[in-house]
Design a protein around this ligand. Structure first.
Ligand code: SF4
Ligand code: SF4
Length: 360
């Protein structure tokens, strides 16, 4: 496994540093030193020096990172563990060293069009078939379509209630987010992205239900030179625009936003959710909010380390309890799914669309 000069520099900077160890949601969940940016860098720096093999254990460790960017945000010296971790995943793919649990998901994308190898949900497919044609596409994404179809259906219902003209695709292509997460920019990842771009280029506007898809459309496609003609909006920012023009009831409900790490850190979007929740009720913040947010779960990692993902979500519930949250509001289908699985008594969990629907 050969690392680029840039990644080698970052590995060498991180390998003896402890400064971000408290911020890693995985390290906090497992309590293990191996789940810190520094430990990952130490192992990979030895691989880069050819002092040790790129072994199964080191590769497994590379897949224990959620790429959530909390360490990158925390690093005052500007080093980037997400970048070297993605390069290490690319290297594992190119060297033919992917763990079986990763290979299974990569093959699922290539063979079935989704990382979970799942079949479409019947009720959601019927709902999608009932939508009119429009040049605005509501892109649901793999997590919502295959893991939380009831959330996807609820989001469609809300857009209809708000009088939005939009459509969705029964044969929605995969955005490539799962491939990018698992193996970074391989030729297969780019090919999945190119197929998706070709399908999307007939629309004027694409509203992404899942922040992960908005991120890959806006950032990675550009990096890979893949042209995407439509305007790309996140669901949250689109709802903020629509709600601004609508009459909604201001309730006495107190909402606590669970900022999506992808929205807050990768896309630098933190205010639309507050604008919406402030209009329909009152906002009460987590201590770690906006760019400091803590990941509450990742459904791809849930396929191979479910106990840790549940612990990650449970930790976020502890944060919510500590600030006296009453209603936790999510923007990401993955976080909703894992928070729902671990929900304690005494706090409600709602998606952003459910919060809005309460006040229409
Ligand atoms: S990302 Fe920054 S703070 Fe974290 S281990 Fe690397 S150098 Fe240290
Ligand atoms: S990107 Fe997130 S999960 Fe990975 S080491 Fe950094 S803080 Fe931990």
């Amino acid at each position: 496994m050969k690392f680029s000069r840039k990644s080698t520099e970052h590995l060498d900077a991180c390998r003896f540093c402890w400064m971000c160890r408290h911020i890693c949601p995985i390290g906090n969940a497992t309590g293990q030193e191996r789940n810190t940016a520094r430990a990952r860098a130490l192992g990979l720096s030895l691989v880069a020096r050819e002092a040790v093999d790129y072994s199964e254990d080191i590769i497994n460790n590379v897949y224990e990172c959620a790429l959530c960017g909390a360490c990158v945000k925390e690093c005052v010296t500007g080093w980037d563990p997400v970048a070297f971790t993605k390069e290490a995943r690319l290297g594992a793919a190119l060297d033919g060293k992917l763990p079986a649990y990763v290979l299974k998901m990569v093959n699922a994308v290539l063979e079935t069009g989704n990382v979970y190898g799942a079949k479409p949900d019947g009720k959601l497919a019927t709902k999608i078939r009932g939508l009119d044609k429009s040049d605005t596409l509501f892109f649901l994404g793999a997590d919502a379509r295959y893991k939380t179809p009831e959330n996807a259906a609820g989001a469609i219902d809300l857009l209809q209630k708000l009088g939005v003209s939009f459509t969705a695709r029964e044969n929605e292509p995969d955005s490539g987010y799962g491939m990018d997460f698992l193996v970074s920019a391989t030729s297969e990842t780019k090919s999945v992205a190119e197929t998706c771009a070709a399908a999307l280029n007939g629309y004027k506007k694409v509203i992404c239900y899942d922040p992960a898809d908005a991120k890959i459309f806006r950032r990675e496609y550009k990096k890979w030179g893949i042209k995407l003609a439509p305007e790309i909006l996140t669901f949250t920012e689109y709802l903020a625009i629509i709600i601004d023009e609508k009459k909604v009831k201001k309730s006495d409900l107190v909402f606590t936003p669970q900022d999506s790490a992808i929205l807050a850190r990768d896309l630098e979007e933190t205010e639309p959710i507050r604008k919406i929740l402030g209009k329909i009720g009152r906002v009460s913040e987590m201590l770690l909010n906006r760019r400091d947010t803590m990941l509450a779960g990742n459904l791809i990692m849930n396929e191979y380390m479910p106990a840790v993902m549940e612990r990650v979500a449970a930790d976020r519930w502890i944060n919510a309890k500590n600030v006296g949250a009453k209603i936790l509001v999510t923007e990401s289908p993955a976080e909703y799914a894992l928070l729902a699985k671990t929900k304690p008594a005494g706090i409600d969990l709602v998606t952003l669309e459910e919060a809005i629907a309460k006040c229409l």
